[in-house]
Design a protein around this ligand. Structure first.
Ligand code: GTP
Ligand code: MG
Length: 421
């Protein structure tokens, strides 16, 4: 089975909490703080892997969460960092954020590494809160919590040449003759249900050819197997357009050619502009000659046209000569051009003030999360830090500005207090 679009959930690891502890030895009274920091959470990293050919791995497994950092410990022991979640993807996979539909990365090279989600920072242990005035901090910081994100993986195969044409015209037969690929070949429509790739070696040079399922009229609007597979040839460097010249199926080669070109153009301008080499196949069948003549008369000036019998292998080398000559002139396949989207770490200074039904002032936003990580309510030092932060970050000023008066109720996370001006 060929799976080429999947959506998965990813999450980097939470940071481990810092530890609150004090040195306790026999004979040492009132030892100082020795709580270690929490470990950093693991990252989520995508890696290009040329051995992967589909997104099948993601069909049944959807959650890819990196490990959380471990809590800090006594004796200044820092917690272990969480293991990274490394996700191997086939080359040609475009990763998008599901919510915004923006491209995060295009996995193009073997071994390409993309850090998509960074693990949460570990919390500081109480040792780190020791100052010249504060010798015994009874608090430590919680680890940074991370969020789950949904991303869409979309495989757009990277090949040099795309084979296009109606069903049953001999696309897979040609691929089997020119490469080591062994696609299914049979005398009915839609034998090929998913793209086949073949590596062609010709005149000491290699190129990759993609054989996709047959197209029919309306494919770009979803007819037949639809345009699902056109995306795979969208970034090829050129097309080989195969036509059944025998007309045995009662079709007209000239009309077939026009219809497929219309479908390509409807799908995308880029596909319509790709260089085409036209191959009239099945010339071993009686009746093909007439059609070839008519076709050449109409198109010989506009396109390079070749006549072959794929089944017998006749005329195939000439096609390969032409294709490799064209490829030499064409730029290599390029990664997608996009403005990269990345998951920003939240601005931990941001906050907003809302009013609840009782008229209380409710402070929300990343700053509140930071305060919740840092503040231990029953510790005087910690509360002093809380008040200082509210002043320094402009929360008190903003509250006053929004009408908070002496005695107004202010809610910040779990903390509720009366406003004192
Ligand atoms: N006589 C003759 N038959 C051919 C030739 N090339 C292919 N065929 C036959 O045409 C039929 C279709 O060939 P395929 O290679 O499966 O065609 P396809 O274009 O890949 O078809 P889909 O995958 O259905 O789109 C098979 O029965 C082939 O044996 C040829 O040059 N001459
Ligand atoms: Mg086929």
């Amino acid at each position: 089975m060929f799976v080429d679009k999947e959506s998965i959930l990813i999450k980097s690891g939470d940071g481990g909490d810092g530890c609150t502890s004090f040195i306790r030895y026999k004979g040492v009274a009132n030892g100082g703080p020795d709580g270690g920091d929490g470990g950093k959470g693991g990252n989520v990293i995508f890696v290009g892997d040329r051995h992967k050919t589909s997104l099948l791995d993601f069909q049944f497994k959807h959650k890819f969460f990196a490990e959380n950092g471990v809590k800090g410990d006594t004796k200044n022991c820092t917690g272990r960092c969480g293991e990274d979640m490394i996700i191997h993807l086939p080359l040609g996979t475009v990763v998008r954020d599901k919510e915004t539909d923006r491209v995060i990365c295009d996995i193009f090279y073997d071994g390409q590494r993309e850090l998509v989600l960074e693990g949460g920072a570990g919390g500081k242990g109480n040792k780190k809160f020791c100052t010249s005035r504060r010798h015994t901090p009874h608090f430590s910081q919680k680890g940074e919590r991370t969020e789950i994100k949904r991303v869409v993986l979309e495989l757009k195969i990277i090949a040099d040449v795309g084979l296009v044409g109606f069903p049953n015209v001999g696309k897979s037969t040609l691929l089997s003759k020119i490469s080591g690929a062994k696609p299914k070949i049979a005398n009915y429509h839609f034998t090929t249900l998913s793209p086949n790739l073949g590596v062609v070696r010709h005149n000491e040079e290699d190129f990759i050819v993609a054989d996709i399922p047959g197209l029919i009229e309306g494919a770009s609007q979803g007819a037949g197997l639809g345009h699902e597979f056109l995306r795979h040839i969208e970034r090829t460097r050129m097309l080989v357009h195969i036509i059944d010249a025998s007309g045995v199926e009662g079709r007209n080669p000239i009309e077939d050619f026009k219809k497929i070109n219309d479908e390509l153009a409807t799908y995308s301008e880029k596909l319509a502009e790709l260089k085409q080499v036209v191959v009239l196949n099945k010339t071993d069948i009686f009746g093909a000659e007439e059609n070839v003549k008519a076709f050449k008369k109409k198109y010989a000036k506009k396109y390079p046209i070749f006549t072959i019998s794929a089944i017998k292998g006749e005329g195939v080398l000439e096609v390969l000569d032409k294709v490799s000559e064209e490829l030499k002139q064409l730029p290599p396949v390029q990664p997608m051009q996009f403005e990269a989207f990345s998951y920003e770490k939240k601005d931990s200074n941001a906050f907003e003030i809302l009013r609840d039904d009782d008229g209380a002032f409710v402070v929300v936003g990343p700053l509140v999360e930071l305060l919740e990580r840092n503040v231990v309510l029953n510790d005087a030092d910690s509360l002093a830090y809380f008040q200082k932060t509210l002043r320094d970050k402009g929360v008190i000023k903003a509250l006053r500005h929004q009408g908070a008066k002496e005695g107004s109720i202010v809610v910040i996370g779990e903390i509720e207090f009366d406003f004192i001006d």
